[in-house]
Design a protein around this ligand. Structure first.
Ligand code: FMN
Length: 205
């Protein structure tokens, strides 16, 4: 198999895993996965990402409680039953994350305030710290997959962004970009369909 075929096999074979065996992940394997993340490209090579690795059962439970109560208050405020039902379905999409043996919380540095003065709303786009962190997240998930470890990127919990930052001691100058749930897979989901490259591309020649 040549390199691109091997690469496509790896990329296509990665699935979002939401059910895990409870075996802990060896520290060395987690270290290597984070090393892969840190080889992602980043804006001006600033590498403004940080990774909090949470394996403590009590901290994971606290995180889940914080997220549940945040979403309960969102649901309480919803006046429409239809919207409430839809939101409830959405919440069930991430009400499992504390069962993962490890959670990696990826945060990005917020752009310096002078950039907002100069560029206004586009400061974040230009600074590129969040997209850089997202690239690190993808490297991390592919490295996990290549190591036989399942992962799932989760952003639903970020409705409780500030509360999670406080619990995890992430400074005000940073923003959590996503949580990555990690562990040995206890399920083998089918690959969800992909839109074809043709459908989502437009060539301007
Ligand atoms: C930015 C981002 C946020 C996501 N948030 C959630 C989430 O909150 N809960 C969840 O169960 N899956 C979440 N996912 C996983 C997606 O549902 C999944 O990637 C998609 O269905 C495609 O499946 P695959 O990853 O197996 O190819 C998220 C994925 C990404 C990239």
């Amino acid at each position: 198999m040549n390199q691109i075929e091997e690469f496509l096999k790896l990329v296509r074979g990665r699935r979002s895993i939401r059910k895990f065996r409870q075996d802990p992940l060896p520290k060395e394997v987690v270290r290597r996965i984070i090393e892969a993340a840190s080889w992602a490209p980043s804006a001006s090579n600033r590498q403004d990402w940080e990774f909090r690795v949470v394996t403590s059962a009590s901290v994971k439970e606290k995180m889940q409680d914080i997220v549940r109560s945040r979403w309960e208050s969102v649901l309480d405020k919803s006046r429409s039953e239809v919207i409430k039902e839809e939101l409830q379905k959405y919440v069930s999409m991430f009400d499992w994350f504390s069962h993962a043996p490890a959670l990696i919380i990826i945060s990005a540095k917020r752009p310096e305030s002078f950039l907002y003065h100069i560029l206004g709303d586009t400061a974040g786009d230009v600074a590129g710290t969040e997209i850089s962190a997202a690239m690190a997240a993808q490297n991390l998930m592919l490295a996990a997959h290549a190591s036989g470890i399942g992962s799932c990127c989760v952003t639903g919990p970020l409705a409780a962004q500030e509360e999670l930052k406080e619990l995890l001691e992430i400074g005000k100058g940073r923003k959590i970009v996503c949580l990555i749930a990690l562990g040995y897979p206890a399920e083998q989901p089918e690959a969800p369909l992909r839109k074809s490259g043709e459908r989502v591309s437009k060539y301007i020649e």
